[in-house]
Write a protein that binds this ligand. Sequence first.
Ligand SMILES: NC(=O)C1=CN([C@@H]2O[C@H](COP(=O)(O)OP(=O)(O)OC[C@H]3O[C@@H](n4cnc5c(N)ncnc54)[C@H](OP(=O)(O)O)[C@@H]3O)[C@@H](O)[C@H]2O)C=CC1
Ligand SMILES: CC(=O)N[C@@H](CCC(=O)OP(=O)(O)O)C(=O)O
Length: 344
Amino acid sequence: MIRAGVVGATGYAGAELVRLLSGHPCAELAAISSVSFQGKPLSEVYPAYYQLCDRICGTQEEVVEQSDVVFAALPHGLSQELAKECFEKGKVFIDLGADFRLENEEDYQEWYGGTYRYPELHEASVYALPELFREAIRGKKILANPGCYTTAVPLALAPALKNGLIQKEGILADCKSGVTGAGRKLTQNTHYPELNEGMSAYKVASHRHTPEMEQSLSRVAGSKVKITFVPHLLPVNRGILATCYAKLTDGVTMEQMQNAYREAYGEEYFIRLLPQGREADIKNVRYSNFCDISLHIDTRTNTFIAISAIDNMVKGAAGQAIQNMNLVFGFNETTGLKLFPPAF
Ligand SMILES: NC(=O)C1=CN([C@@H]2O[C@H](COP(=O)(O)OP(=O)(O)OC[C@H]3O[C@@H](n4cnc5c(N)ncnc54)[C@H](OP(=O)(O)O)[C@@H]3O)[C@@H](O)[C@H]2O)C=CC1
Ligand SMILES: CC(=O)N[C@@H](CCC(=O)OP(=O)(O)O)C(=O)O
């Protein structure tokens, strides 16, 4: 049994980590922390956890001391000091935020407005999207867990890009997110009457996930890829639907495309390639670590369309973080994550 701790357990990602860790056969929840709810049981914050996790929220320091692996589910900008402390104490650190995701500090400065205080930690860290970069993750102690859009879009496009089946210019990612993606804090645009019965885009072609997706896609393609990314807010709790468009390379057929995706993902438990004629749907991946992908070609306009669906809180956050924990501790990657999505 390894000991797992969650810093920021009272947020949505932290609470989801607690839920998933409670069913993990090789990890026990050792400690949780909060600033606002210190000294209070987590079940007071989330009544659904009553008698299941009445653990008291402690301090960040207690989590580090009592854990072999520390998950940070904090707002961006708060992870660097914590990572340093974990690294010095030989703990595995898995960051659900963005502080270690971008390779270039200039990109981080531009999109997040911070600096890399400990460059050596960034050198030691790895971008942990297992289905694309698995081998680089093994043996690492600082893991940058991708976010929801930045999981859904690269997984949808990677095999087509890697095999040169689509053109690198003009890729569009049109994405929809459930409201839990915005976290637990209250804001006007996530207020029920403002959101319900509506659907709107936000941060059009200016969202800070853009450089992160481009980083993954460029690595896979072997040269710089730029995309246009437009996120939308959906009036549902969970889910990311990523509809990605690209111009096909001349002459590419659906059979070639399907072969490339089967070769890339055929052995991946968490990626479900849907049969032709079905479309990925956020309803079918809720509460699971699955990423459903459907492939489509518009022969009239020579356009490839890949649609992926994930649960933003699971494959887009806590589930993927536990998948990464499994990977670095040498457990089967699916341990504790064979979550059956509800049918309706
Ligand atoms: N929600 C999602 O779908 C996804 C989120 N993420 C990332 O995960 C991280 C957490 O997101 P999410 O759970 O949604 O956010 P929430 O706003 O729901 O939770 C934030 C957590 O951070 C804690 N916190 C806030 N400010 C501070 C502070 N100054 N010092 C210490 N703790 C603090 C809060 O604790 P308290 O108030 O109790 O002290 C709370 O537990 C973010 O980096 C986010 O980008 C990644 C992928 C998907
Ligand atoms: C609906 C909503 O607001 N979603 C969040 C993304 C949540 C997420 O993936 O968090 P990371 O920033 O850690 O990747 C957003 O658009 O910023």
